[in-house]
Design a protein around this ligand. Structure first.
Ligand SMILES: [Zn+2]
Ligand SMILES: [Zn+2]
Length: 132
């Protein structure tokens, strides 16, 4: 199995994740927009067995957003790192924190019904108003 490394802006938190996501896509939901501060978030879903915090675990803070989701970030630099899907026992890694390029490319836009009105989707990827 090939692994990818990721890190926060200040470099204190490092993660390792298998280069094999169940899902890789762009999410336009209001949660991702608020949390990323951007038009959408690029994320990859992995099982807990394929996700590891290699260093800086004590610096990782999580915001309990709902009974389904904890949003975890670096308490030092504030970088969004990953969300913990509490019911699935899996993680959605923010692809922007990866230091390596994943083999898979995002191939779908989800929750386009709540996308930012000022952002225009111009690519040919599959689009779903909510989940596929
Ligand atoms: Zn940091
Ligand atoms: Zn989202």
């Amino acid at each position: 199995m090939k692994y990818l490394t990721g890190s926060c802006l200040c470099g204190n938190v490092k993660i390792r994740v298998a280069d094999q996501f169940h899902f890789v896509g762009y999410c336009h939901c209001s949660e991702c927009r608020k949390w990323s501060g951007s038009a959408f978030a690029a994320g990859g879903l992995v099982g807990a067995e394929n996700f590891e915090i290699v260093s800086g675990e004590e610096l990782v803070s999580c915001y309990h957003n709902s009974e389904e989701t904890d949003l975890c970030f670096c308490g030092t630099c504030g970088a969004s790192l990953f969300s913990k899907k509490l019911k699935l026992g899996s993680y959605i890694v923010r692809l922007g924190i990866l230091d390596d390029a994943p083999t898979q490319r995002p191939n779908v836009h989800i929750f386009t019904a709540s996308k930012a009105p000022w952002f225009e989707l111009t690519d040919q990827l599959a689009k779903f108003e909510q989940l596929p």
